[in-house]
Design a protein around this ligand. Structure first.
Ligand code: HEM
Length: 444
């Protein structure tokens, strides 16, 4: 694949201040403009270090796979330690590898057989309250649904009040996310009481989840692996950090993906009809089994196309430990390297009509024109998302269960505008109108 590379290009004409201003106001456009102006490796001189935006799949692969040993997580994820502590998302090196090996069995494909019934049951319970013709807030609803699923799957149950407490704290943290990103001393952050309160509240829920009496579900859940490895491998703080990581990472991105899927389907009625027809013919009035999840290719294509156009993780950063070279470009030690799912997933070299929702493209893509890392919604290499199969199973199952029973129409004109915060959220909550399907009356 040819790259669009200008070697030893002049440093970006924009001043650092201008770039930061643009990034602050509209990061998606700022990164897209940078890639359009400079090509597959763009370079910005910041005060102390260089920042490189790598947009070509082969350069992304260099960082995530081939030269992964030379990169650690970028400054923003390092600062996530303020909230998450030293969990799987934030740890590095041998420590990370050992933790990952221990936790991996909870995410093995065969574990999906245990998780899927919980996903189905929670999806059914969630839609049981919908009224025909009602206006439903999908952003809020999917957040609660995926949080319930995460609580049941990873902790064996959803204690009273936990969903409310986590939802409220998450909203505060997302609102104050820019504060968490600033390189401030911990004492300065305490000046914002709501930040401190949200952190305390999440810590309380996590402790409550860890000390919940172990029910039958919990004996097979992730919480059990954590407790089993107490002392041997994990300290109290690490167990807490892992539990909090799975509580937050395990529901937020998936909820956003589901809400974005419904936004796309509501505004693309033809795609919704094809998806309904597939679900009706494969499942009839049954709930999906793990085998069914693989037999819903159009539903999966809808999920992939939504991940392409609205990637919940819209950019990832790494820091170079030593001097290195990527695509002929010298990258000095200490540089920050950014790879943006938003930029690469919208590249017309890999996706025709990149601004349009075309689930069918996933049937035509061939490896030659769409290299592996032209699509990396879950990252890649040894730090690839541990919850990828869990999330894909959950999203396909929830879409199928809901589409069997309800028709979703838009309650707003046009697609929701993306807002790149810690994750890619809609500017305003996604609202839809739900109508009971004639077919759905038979399967409810
Ligand atoms: C649509 C849903 C999801 C998306 C788009 C997503 C995206 C990502 C991405 C891009 C990364 C890599 C970050 C980096 O390398 O800098 C990641 C890592 C991670 N994700 Fe997810 N994720 C999703 C769902 C989940 C779920 C359901 C869980 C929990 C069960 C989870 C837990 C994690 C953890 C613990 C890591 C760190 C893995 C490691 O470094 O070893 N994610 N995720």
């Amino acid at each position: 694949m040819e790259t669009n590379l200008v070697l030893e290009q002049p440093v970006y004409k924009m001043s650092t201040f201008e770039f930061l201003w643009k990034i602050f106001h509209n990061p998606l456009d700022a990164l897209t403009d940078l890639a359009n102006e400079q090509g597959d490796i763009a370079r910005i001189k910041l005060r102390k270090r260089d920042l490189f935006l790598l947009s070509h799949p082969s350069f992304i692969e260099e960082v995530l796979v081939r030269q992964a040993d030379n990169f650690v997580k970028g400054p923003s994820l390092q600062r996530a330690r303020i909230i998450l502590g030293e969990g799987l998302l934030t740890s590095e090196g041998d420590e990370h590898l050992a933790q990952r090996r221990t936790l991996q069995p909870a995410f093995h494909r065969h574990k999906m057989e245990e998780y899927l019934p919980l996903m189905n049951e929670n999806a059914l319970a969630h839609i049981a309250n919908w009224q025909n013709g009602e206006r439903v807030d999908m952003s809020e609803g999917m957040m609660r649904l995926t949080l319930n699923i995460a609580l049941w799957s990873f902790f064996g149950g959803a204690p009273k009040g936990a969903v409310e407490q986590v939802s409220v704290s998450m909203k505060t943290l997302v609102r104050l996310f820019p504060l968490a990103q600033m390189p401030l001393p911990e004492s300065a952050r305490s000046l914002f009481p709501s930040f401190k309160e949200a952190k305390t509240s999440l810590n309380e829920v996590t402790e409550a989840l860890l000390h919940n009496p172990q029910n039958e579900h919990a004996k097979r859940a992730l919480v059990h692996i954590l407790k089993e490895n107490h002392q041997d491998q994990f300290t109290d703080e690490q167990i807490h950090a892992h539990a909090l990581t799975f509580l937050l990472a395990g529901h937020e991105t998936t909820a956003l993906l589901l809400a974005w899927c419904w936004d796309m389907l509501a505004h693309n009625p033809m795609a919704q009809s094809i998806l309904q027809a597939e679900v009706d013919s494969v499942l009839g009035d049954r709930l999906p089994t793990p085998e069914d999840i693989q037999k819903l290719p159009y539903t999966r294509a809808v999920v992939n196309e939504t991940l392409r156009m609205r990637p919940p993780a819209w950019a990832m950063g790494r820091e170079a430990l030593r001097d290195c070279e990527i695509g002929g470009q010298f990258i000095p030690a200490g540089s920050t390297v950014v790879m943006s799912q938003w930029v690469t997933h919208h590249d017309a070299r890999f996706y025709y009509e990149p601004l349009h929702f075309r689930p069918e493209r996933w049937f035509d893509l061939d490896g030659a024109s769409t290299p592996r890392y032209s699509f990396f919604p879950f990252g890649g290499g040894s730090r690839v998302c541990i919850g990828e199969h869990f999330a894909m199973t959950e999203v396909v199952a929830v879409l199928a269960v809901m589409a069997q029973r309800w028709q979703i129409s838009p309650a707003q004109r046009g697609l929701a505008k993306p807002n790149p915060s810690i994750t890619l959220r809609p500017h305003k909550n996604i609202k839809v109108i739900v109508t009971r399907r004639a077919y759905g009356e038979r399967v409810s």
